[in-house]
Design a protein around this ligand. Structure first.
Ligand code: G6P
Length: 490
């Protein structure tokens, strides 16, 4: 999870590779790692929210990479050229494109449809036209900047048409695509009026990567059924080309998080936080972008019922819930915020006492060090999305528990559940099951908690974000003569 901490814009690091012959490694992602925010009449560059940016930044930091994305906002102010040694290239959106491409097609058509249609997806032709136009703009910009034989790594649902478009312009480049969110089952994907061009767009890549095997096989099946690709789930043939498909579960920069969690200043902040919370016996924590996919309401309801039936008491237990503001222009998100704030108000009204709120709710970003201090103070971490591609908060929590204590309650519907089998797994739709899981986590025997946490820490340390990037890029270059770009640890 990113924070609103001020970024170090244009910090040192190795220069990106854009020479006269172009860039060797190009990343395409809708968000820049930093975004423009107008605050108190000034322009600020805050770190962008979300798992994609927090995963990609450490991988590209100080490397010879170029990042094409949207800087946010709509003003023609001066823009940073670099962030953490990554060369930034802006691709602007005008007002109509912001509405139709970003708020519309990306976040009101694809986002709900790909997340189990938790909210009804809206299909608008105007939005689709904007999606095509913006994808085309990115493909052209990248085609112009890429060195001969460059590697282009396209990220997420905003750019599913770019691989095919770019291949038509630059058949010499190696194209990888990675989807950070779920890829839906046939029954849902087939609703999409533009299902064919989207599958064709993705099949323009040499490698199409997903978070989990289920998503990869949903895609391969659809590619066979809708556009006549042939082959297995892992290796497909389409229009005379070979396209590899696979699962590449994303992860966190475990070493960096461990370093922060071991920092005495962060540890004393954790001690201070516990005191500020009234030194409760058990601190429970939720950290999410405020999104209807995250199941925050189910979690609040479960906690509220536990307070109501006396299983939890505000004198001994407390929940800290951080909701990082997200997509506030979208009515679904505005309604979700109102709904959550009403729930928090009801629960606090019924179960708090003066100076001892049952729930501390913050609708704001937190700095990375404050976040790590919160992970350190959290005896129980609640990660209960209704559907989530991976959920890096779960992995961040595990990485930060340097003393191997703490319990993680994790939704079965988060990609992370496939690796973190030692979490207390839960179906977040099942309110009684969720209550039982929270109770179980609160009461977990310390020896068992440590054994579980140690096993999860091994998983996260071994499969960190650098291993993810190396594996993806090695697979992208499998079977071709050129060397893959060097993306190991600095
Ligand atoms: C998820 C998506 C990212 C996105 C992030 C934040 O993690 O996979 O592509 O950037 O949410 O959402 P936003 O709409 O603010 O970029």
């Amino acid at each position: 999870m990113s924070s609103s901490q001020k970024p170090s814009v244009a910090r040192g690091g190795r220069q990106a590779s854009a020479g006269p012959s172009g860039a060797q490694l190009i990343v395409v992602a809708n968000r820049w790692p930093i975004r423009r925010v107008e605050r108190d009449g000034d322009t600020h560059w805050d770190l962008s929210p979300g798992g994609l940016v927090s995963a990609l930044t450490p991988v590209l930091r100080g490397r010879a990479g170029m990042w094409f994305g949207w800087p946010g906002g709509d003003h023609e102010t001066a823009m940073p050229r670099q962030h953490e040694g990554i060369e930034l290239r802006p691709v602007p959106l005008d007002e109509a494109e912001y509405e139709q491409f970003y708020i519309g097609f990306a976040n009101a058509t694809l986002w709900p449809l790909y997340h189990d249609a938790i909210r009804t997806a809206t299909f608008e032709r105007e939005w689709w036209y904007a999606y095509v136009a913006v994808n085309d703009r990115y493909a052209r910009a990248v085609a112009e900047a890429a060195a001969p034989g460059a590697t282009v790594w396209v990220h997420d649902y905003h750019f599913q048409l770019v691989p095919k478009m770019l291949r038509a312009m630059r058949p010499d480049v190696r194209i990888g695509f990675f989807l950070h969110i779920p890829f839906p089952p046939q029954e849902l994907f087939l609703q999409l009026p533009w299902r064919r061009p989207i599958l064709e767009g993705l099949l323009g890549a040499d490698l199409v990567g997903f978070q989990v095997h289920g998503a990869a096989s949903n895609f391969s099946r659809l590619a066979r059924r809708v556009v006549g690709a042939t082959g297995t789930d892992a290796v497909m043939d389409y229009e005379g080309r070979r396209v590899r498909v696979g699962a590449f579960p994303i992860s966190v920069d475990a070493a960096e998080l461990i370093k922060r969690a071991s920092d005495p200043a962060v540890q004393s902040r954790a001690v201070e936080l516990r005191a500020e919370l009234g030194s409760p016996d058990v601190v429970m924590l939720g950290v999410d972008r405020l999104d209807y996919t995250k199941g925050i309401d189910r979690r609040l309801m479960a906690v509220g019922e536990l307070y109501a039936d006396g299983s939890l008491s505000a004198s001994r237990h407390v929940l800290v819930q951080i909701g990082v503001p997200s997509r506030e222009e979208d009515p679904h998100y505005r309604r979700e915020r109102e709904h959550l704030e009403q729930l928090v108000g009801e629960i606090n009204g019924a179960h708090s006492s003066v100076g001892r709120p049952a729930i501390h709710y913050l609708y704001q970003s937190v700095t990375i060090d404050e976040l790590v201090a919160l992970y350190l103070v959290a005896d129980v971490m609640l990660v209960t999305p209704l559907r989530d591609g991976m959920n890096l908060v779960a992995k961040e929590y595990v990485a930060c528990r340097v003393d191997a204590t703490g319990a993680l309650v994790l939704s079965e519907f988060a990609g992370a559940a496939e690796e973190l089998r030692d979490a207390i797994l839960v179906n977040p739709h099942d309110l009684d099951g969720l209550k039982a899981a929270i109770r179980h986590a609160v009461d977990l025997d310390p020896t068992e908690a440590t054994a579980r946490m140690r096993r999860m820490r091994r998983v996260v340390r071994r499969h960190d974000v650098h291993a993810w990037a190396r594996t993806f890029l090695a697979a992208l270059h499998e079977g071709c003569d050129d060397a893959s770009p060097q993306l190991g640890r600095p």
